[in-house]
Design a protein. Structure first.
Length: 120
């Protein structure tokens, strides 16, 4: 009896179309460098105001607000209002895990002696 290939392992769950679409949408949202920088800045603090985020990243408040609304619409950040000020934070720890794993992945080809590209 032939052993199943890695692609045919019965213990690996297939992802349905709806879940695959949602995963792809998250990666599209995070595919913008400004939004990635915003999320990383949020991960450094418990929560931060739009003004502080704008100053930290040298971006306009309107640009930061626009990107935050996209991130919020996809469940990547949450907000809390205090008077006229709004504070943002990552929605949960999965966001940190997702970005940290992706950053590790893109950096692992940067080690000395590697070509930094191609199949791994």
């Amino acid at each position: 009896m032939a052993r199943p290939s890695k692609a045919e392992r019965p213990d690996q769950e297939l992802v349905d179309v709806a879940d695959a679409s949602r995963v792809a949408a998250v990666f599209r949202v995070l595919g913008d460098a400004s939004r990635c920088r915003l999320v990383y800045a949020l991960l450094r603090r418990d929560e931060i105001s739009v003004g502080d985020l704008a100053a930290t990243l040298a971006m306009s408040e309107s640009n930061v607000s626009h990107h935050l609304s996209v991130l919020r619409a996809h469940g990547l950040v949450r907000f809390r209002r205090e008077g006229k000020q709004i504070f943002y934070a990552p929605d949960d720890e999965h966001i940190r895990l997702l970005l940290d794993l992706t950053l590790t992945h893109v950096r692992h080809g940067d080690a000395p002696g590697t070509d930094g590209g191609g199949a791994r």
